[in-house]
Design a protein around this ligand. Structure first.
Ligand code: ZN
Ligand code: FE
Length: 258
């Protein structure tokens, strides 16, 4: 199975997975990059998986469904372009001989879902499509959820197998790592990973997929119980930490960080 990030807009990725004949895509905010890739790869679109309702993830769904006849899957509790199969926690999506398990991961939006697959037919490490929940070195903004919800969602993702390929929907890595180094300055893996990502971006390559193991090492939003991260959050806003916890304070800090 081939896993490809298709760049869209300024910094979105539409993930494509195909077996040489049939393909799925995740969060097609724009149909054009998908149609181009289908042609280039010589594959047919069978299914569209959507993680949440934001337009940069759904804008291409209608036209792709109409031109390819692909089946659309998406969250049960969000406004979505109809018709689609609506999914809740624990549902399975079977496509391309793969089984994707649906995880409820509220926080960025109230009904956000993620898709996890560890089928043998992948012939590779497990894959997670996490939309705007987990980014490399960061996490989504809390538009509709509470810090407690987002933290619980991230902790579920963080507990997936370490080798899982983390397919995030945005190329935010370098910005996130700059913030992460501010919060967790003595983390040796962080500095090394930033150097690696600078190199990738200089070559015009994606910094994704990441892995769960790597994110657990470098992502401050998965490390809010580590002493160094806790101490930094207190430096930023000691009162905030006592009121809403380290995670909420980090998210607040990042919202205004440049
Ligand atoms: Zn979003
Ligand atoms: Fe987005």
């Amino acid at each position: 199975m081939k896993l490809i990030p298709l760049p869209a807009f300024d910094d979105n990725y539409i993930w494509m997975l195909h077996d040489g004949q049939e393909a799925i895509v995740v969060d097609p905010g724009d149909a054009q990059p998908v149609l181009k890739a289908l042609q280039h790869e010589g594959v047919q679109l069978k299914a569209i998986l959507v993680t949440h309702h934001h337009t940069d993830h759904t804008g291409g769904v209608d036209s792709l469904r109409q031109t390819t006849g692909a089946q659309v899957y998406g969250p049960a509790h969000e406004p979505m372009p109809e018709p689609l199969k609506r999914l809740v926690e624990g549902d399975m999506v079977s496509v391309l001989g793969l089984a994707f398990r649906v995880l409820d991961v509220p926080g960025h939006t109230a009904g956000h879902i993620a898709y996890f697959c560890d089928s043998a037919a992948l012939a590779g490490d497990p894959v997670l499509f996490c939309g705007d929940t987990l980014f490399s070195g960061g996490c989504g903004r809390l538009f509709e959820g509470t810090p407690a919800q987002m933290l619980a969602s991230l902790e579920r993702l963080s507990a997936l197998p370490g080798s899982t390929r983390v397919c995030c929907a945005h190329e935010y890595t370098l910005g996130n790592l700059k913030f992460a180094l501010e919060v967790d300055p003595d983390n040796p893996q962080l500095a090394a990973h930033r150097a690696h990502c600078l190199d990738l971006r200089a070559k015009g390559l994606a910094t994704l997929p990441s892995t769960i193991t790597l994110e657990n090492q470098i992502n401050p939003f998965l490390r809010s119980r580590h002493p160094c991260v806790m101490a930094s959050a207190r430096t930023f806003d000691a009162k905030g930490v006592s009121q809403t916890g380290v995670f909420a304070t980090l998210r607040q800090w990042k919202n205004h960080y440049r």
